[in-house]
Design a protein around this ligand. Structure first.
Ligand code: C5P
Length: 402
């Protein structure tokens, strides 16, 4: 993803410097060219040799050391950088940059660059919340510098609160996102994901095997490409992607209401969820008990839930509405009927009886059917690749409409 990108990683003196080692390793695995600049004090936490070995590049610490080549190094690094990442970023480096101070290799290089600069702060909670630090952060944000918010957790100084550097994986994803083609800026996209659940009594419910993986990947892809994403999700075990608005629901009617709230302001609705079509007519407010001596049966009457995508497919104005059809037989026939009955712009059909397709897997085997009946079958692909195909197709439709 980061092939041929020059990422300069600035490491400052915080205990989270050990996590910067993982960040550099992960950036290299994304094929980035990584160069590391450390402050002098950072070298007390981690040896430059560690970074040098992982980055396969010399590490810069001292501005006045014999130059390795004839370039003025802080200027040449500043110019070649596609992006700067300062991780961990201490209160000190944030304060220096906010005040225009360039007194070492890292600060002078940051001051000299025109590339994007991203800070991943890590410090004691009180330091982080100190109004001076917050003012510096706000000021730098105003100037276009970017910040990856620290997490809340137990800190090395034995305090609990904000100040824990964001996870290396999230930081690397943030950097990857920078280089995405932001072709969906200005589009608001609703993605529904996961199952719904319908209660029978206070302790029992009915549901299905949907994991939410497909919908979450679609939400992530749309967000990366600059869309404003609202993820309306039934209960899942997944962490929602960074940067999306998450609305959690349980029942199909709750999902319907959440979509209704957002639909008029959106350009695209992607219904990747598997909402329950039926719900128990009566929800007992006390636990349903076994009845001894009774017939060995429990009869529950189910009634229809609203079909969310059909409702919005039929009432849509300019919006693009995309549905899914998870089938176990007669895939194309069933999917085509849904495409028409629900008035969709296209439908993503998958045969969930096939290996590598369906609810719980990380891969999917899909056929996409257009509103004009054009059908395209894809091989087994990772759900993130399927998400990309779906979002590309939506982008094409947006282009046609505008
Ligand atoms: O359940 P069915 O196979 O009809 O689902 C096809 C499409 O309809 C999916 O996109 C699903 O999210 C949507 N759907 C819905 N509301 C329901 C049932 C299904 O929006 N109650």
């Amino acid at each position: 993803m980061l092939k041929d990108k020059n990422i300069i990683v600035g490491v400052t003196a915080g205990i989270a410097a050990y996590k910067a080692v993982d960040i550099v390793s992960k950036l290299k695995k994304q094929n980035a060219n990584v160069e590391v600049i450390m402050t002098k004090n950072a070298t007390k936490f981690v040896s430059p040799l560690t970074f040098q070995t992982l980055a396969l590049n010399p590490v810069y610490v001292d501005m006045f050391k014999e130059p390795r080549n004839f370039d003025v190094e802080h200027i040449s690094l500043a110019e070649k950088a596609d992006a700067f990442l300062i991780a961990p970023a201490t209160a000190n480096i944030i304060g220096k940059i906010a005040n225009g101070i360039g007194d070492d290799m890292l600060t002078t290089t940051i001051m000299a660059t025109k590339s994007k600069v991203v800070f991943a702060p890590a410090m004691n909670t009180n330091m982080y919340l100190n109004p001076i630090v917050q003012k510096n952060i706000d000021y730098l944000k105003e100037l276009g510098y970017e910040f990856i918010k620290p997490g809340v957790g137990m800190l090395a100084c034995q305090t609990y609160g904000p100040g824990r550097m964001a996870e290396p994986m999230d930081i690397v994803e943030y950097m990857i996102n920078n280089f995405y083609n932001k072709d969906l800026i200005g589009q608001k996209i609703i993605v529904t994901a996961g199952p719904t659940i319908e209660p029978l009594d206070p302790v029992r419910y009915v549901t299905n095997h949907s994991s939410g993986k497909m919908g979450y990947k679609i939400a992530k892809e749309a967000e990366k490409r600059g869309a404003e994403v609202v993820l309306i999700t039934g209960p899942t075990n997944l962490d929602p992607p960074m940067g999306v608005k998450v609305i959690r629901v349980e029942t199909t009617r709750e999902m319907f209401n959440a979509v209704e709230e957002e639909f008029n302001q959106c350009q695209v609705l992607i219904k990747a969820a598997a909402p329950l079509d039926y719900r128990p007519e009566i929800v007992s407010d006390v636990k349903i008990k076994k009845k001894d001596g009774d017939k060995d049966e429990l009869n529950i009457k189910y009634i229809r839930n609203p079909d969310i995508v059909a409702h919005f497919g039929k009432s849509k104005k300019e919006q693009i509405v995309v549905g899914f059809a998870a089938e176990t037989n007669n895939l194309i026939e069933h999917a085509k009927a849904k495409l028409i009955n629900k008035n969709l712009d296209f439908i993503v059909a998958n045969d969930i009886s096939k290996d590598g397709a369906g609810f719980k897997t990380d891969t999917n085997l899909v056929t996409i059917i257009d509103s004009n009946g054009k059908t395209k079958a894809y091989p087994i692909l990772d759900k993130s690749e399927v998400a990309k195909i779906i979002i590309d197709k939506i982008k094409d439709l947006i282009n046609i409409k505008s």
